[in-house]
Write a protein that binds this ligand. Structure first.
Ligand SMILES: Cc1ncc(COP(=O)(O)O)c(C=O)c1O
Length: 380
């Protein structure tokens, strides 16, 4: 097991997960399994789980989807590869956000697609500029709820512009909604999919941020005409999603415990983010600028000009690692030439005391005083 170092991003706090309830649900569903669990699994997933996801999306994301149009997957990479292979032809151009999620670029490339990174601005993905850069693209993948990793939310006008581009180009829109559950203030904007009257948006959800990355369960919501093609392809090739946890997850959702867990973790993560912002104010002056965000599991710490003169964000990240602090450099999220530098600070998996101590160590790692390398924390 790899140890977790603050501020490692992207992981939920697994210690606060209701493991006893989960264990009971697994026991309950598999102790004397119903017949349907013993036959050949449906490649689109366990139907009651698909139904529970449909109810959850209706209540939380304003998406009206029939369970038949929800496909259970093993993760985002499998979802993207399936979409690429079933709905796009090899060599098609797909627009992606710059900066953005490296695994998304890799999954598209594995599916034989041409990945076309194009910049985001303060409203998220800039579709007008992307169209100027790559006018023959036939699909776009975006994180409108909360850009990954910068954190801005795409306003309604930009969402409508994106859908209009897709209509004109007869293109697909892939909406990666990886952590929208964790919004601390205000109501989330409706999902892009709920604004789509043309059956062009595919919505990708994941259980990695609420349950566990190790669960390896995610899902695609597709408009009916696309869902049929995805399921046909999956039926040929087989699904990688294990059936074993699916009935337990369905029951966890159906019973309301899933939603209760999200509500609890929202409060916990909001308080941890506040602790990080407070610690940053206290310890990062002249080094890093950190501002609060109404959502998410990490913050981006921007390097001050004074710090940038002394080191790159990759150097800063290496120095942090030597002090037992995990802070990935922002430039690692770029496919091309980065236009800004910073560090990604995840707070979700760490309590307030750990956050304060890690902030002190990070400030020490980046400070002007000679580095006192903490051998106990050496990562590499
Ligand atoms: C931007 C983004 N999209 C999607 C995911 C979900 O991926 P998966 O379901 O494979 O864990 C993640 C997970 O970290 C992510 O950061």
């Amino acid at each position: 097991m790899r140890s977790r170092h603050p501020f490692q991003p992207s992981s939920p706090d697994l210690e606060l997960f209701p493991h006893a309830v989960w264990a009971k649900l697994l026991e309950m569903t598999w102790h004397s399994p119903e017949q349907a669990l013993l036959g050949r699994p449906d490649p689109a997933g366990w139907f009651p789980l698909r139904a529970a996801i449909a109810d959850h999306l209706a209540a939380w994301r304003g998406i009206a989807a029939a369970p038949e149009n929800i496909i259970v997957m093993s993760g985002m990479s499998e979802s993207l590869e399936l979409i690429g292979r079933a709905l796009l032809s090899a060599g098609s151009k797909v627009l992606v956000e710059e900066p953005g999620y490296g695994q998304l670029r890799a999954a598209f490339a594995d599916a034989g697609l041409v990945v076309c990174p194009s910049p985001v601005d303060s409203h998220g993905f800039d579709i007008a500029q992307a169209h100027r850069n790559w006018s023959s693209a036939v699909a776009v993948a975006v994180t409108p709820s909360r850009h990954y990793p910068l954190g801005m939310t795409m306003p309604l006008a930009r969402r409508l512009e994106l859908l209009e581009w897709a209509r004109r180009r007869d293109a697909l829109v892939i909406e990666d909604d990886y952590d929208s559950e964790y919004r601390f203030e205000g109501r989330p904007l409706p999902a892009l999919m709920s604004l789509d009257g043309e059956e062009r948006v595919l919505y990708l959800g994941s259980f990695s941020k609420v349950v566990s990355t190790a669960l390896r369960l995610a899902f695609i919501v597709a408009p009916p005409r696309l869902a049929r093609r995805l399921i046909a392809r999956l039926t040929e090739g087989g699904s990688k999603a294990s059936l074993v946890p699916q009935p337990a997850l369905a029951e966890f959702m159906r019973s309301g415990r899933f939603a209760a867990h999200i509500r609890r973790m929202r409060r916990v993560y909001a308080s941890r983010q506040q602790a990080l912002v407070t610690a940053a104010r206290r310890h990062f002056a002249g080094l890093l600028d950190v501002s609060a965000s109404p959502a998410g599991m990490h913050l981006v710490a921007t390097m001050t000009p004074a710090l940038s003169q002394r080191m790159s964000d990759k150097d800063a990240s290496r120095r942090a690692a030597a002090m037992g602090v995990s802070a990935p450099p922002l430039t690692a999220f770029y496919a091309g030439k980065p236009d800004r530098q910073g560090l990604i600070l995840g707070y979700a998996a760490f309590d307030e005391t750990v956050i304060e101590r890690a902030a002190v160590r990070l400030a020490e790692a980046l400070g002007t005083r000679p580095l006192r390398v903490c051998t106990r924390f050496l990562l590499f």
